[in-house]
Write a protein that binds this ligand. Structure first.
Ligand SMILES: [Zn+2]
Length: 276
């Protein structure tokens, strides 16, 4: 099983309510860290990297409005290339989301909003939609972005380029483009197929060493206590409740359209020796 196949499997189990759903990132060391391109929508802040069950140090996060790639040599593509070359990114995931406001803003409305901000139409390119890369379908936008990234001369052929869609109401991830399908033969060796460990086994990674994987039997309660001693204090990001929300004066801020639901509870196993 490849990394993102395991991620989506764990995500689906977590969304379905399986409290034991999780991922051992150490078993996919050759596929980490991953690079994710997502939208700038603040509602996504609560979902990543939790929705992927990856620790923060294995998650390189690029964002732009609409997770748009405008061409194989675009600025975003250059950042993706540098993230691979400089930061060692092993796989790329372009992750769109449902209810994307970029998709819901027609060009004429966008021009009106820009005009209200004092942007002079005469100084903008003629084809606004092409210039900004705006779109009407979140799914088609992800497919287009994957096509640009896959065909880009800036991305090596051994780097899988995936397209995913996040349901912003539930945190569920689904395939749009499976990047493993378009890899050249024999260029990407998947990690050995393994079974998912339960939350009760988190503690087994306490003494994890590269090349040495031991998973002693542990009781759930015992593991939970040990986990507290090794888990980074801010690994788990929980969506703030209304009561915890900042109380800054916001007369100019629009009201939240929808309360952000909590992300799935799948968790990475801590204490993983990263490549950084
Ligand atoms: Zn969006």
């Amino acid at each position: 099983m490849h990394l993102f196949e395991a991620i989506i499997d764990a995500n689906h189990r977590a969304v379905a309510g399986d409290a034991s759903a999780g991922l051992h990132p150490a078993e996919f060391a050759e596929s980490l860290p991953v690079i994710a391109l997502t939208c700038v929508d603040p509602r996504l802040n609560a979902f990543f990297p939790n929705a992927l069950a990856l620790p923060g140090e294995q998650f390189i996060w690029l964002r732009n409005a609409g997770n748009i790639i405008t061409g194989p040599m675009s600025s975003t593509m250059r950042s993706l290339a540098l993230a691979c070359a400089v930061k060692g990114g092993e796989e790329i995931a372009i992750i769109g989301h449902t209810d994307c406001q970029v998709a819901k803003t027609p060009t004429v409305v966008l021009l009106e909003k820009l005009n209200m901000l004092g942007v002079d139409r005469s100084r903008l390119p003629d084809n606004i939609s092409e210039f900004f890369g705006t779109f009407g379908s979140e799914r088609q936008n992800v497919i287009k972005a994957c096509d640009f990234a896959r065909s880009s001369p800036l991305i090596g052929p051994k780097i899988p380029v995936h397209g995913l869609m996040l349901d912003i109401g539930t945190g569920k991830l689904d395939w749009v483009v499976n990047g493993y399908d378009t890899l050249p033969a024999n260029t990407h060796t998947p990690a050995p197929k393994t079974q998912f460990a339960s939350i009760g086994e988190i503690g087994s990674f306490k003494n994890f060493e590269m090349g040495e994987m031991k998973f002693p039997d542990m009781k759930i309660g015992e593991a939970a206590v040990k986990t507290q001693t090794v888990q980074p204090p801010q690994v788990r990001i929980v969506a703030p409740t209304v009561a915890e929300a900042p109380k800054a004066p916001a007369p100019t801020l629009p009201p939240m359209r929808k309360k952000t639901p909590p992300p799935p509870t799948i968790q990475p196993r801590p204490k993983f020796p990263g490549k950084y």
